[in-house]
Unconditional design. Structure first.
Length: 72
């Protein structure tokens, strides 16, 4: 698994997950429960992960949609 991005914005995560699903790429969001436990103050970012084989295509899909991603 490789990390695409980290964010505390659940709406952004939902949008990006939908974009990837539309391209046939399954994304997994980690740290959701830890983020909820922090009292919803957004202190713990959630990580969006994809399998290694989908990583390049996932980055391409998100950057073509105008998303700014951290360097690989």
């Amino acid at each position: 698994m490789r990390e695409l991005l980290r964010t505390t914005d659940p709406v952004r995560l939902s949008w990006l997950t939908a974009l990837l699903a539309d391209a046939g790429i399954e994304a997994i969001v980690l740290d959701t429960h830890a983020s909820i436990l922090d009292g919803s103050i957004n202190a713990i970012p959630r990580r969006m992960m994809v399998i290694d084989d989908d990583y390049r295509q996932a980055r391409r899909v998100l950057t073509e949609a105008g998303e700014s991603l951290p360097d690989a």
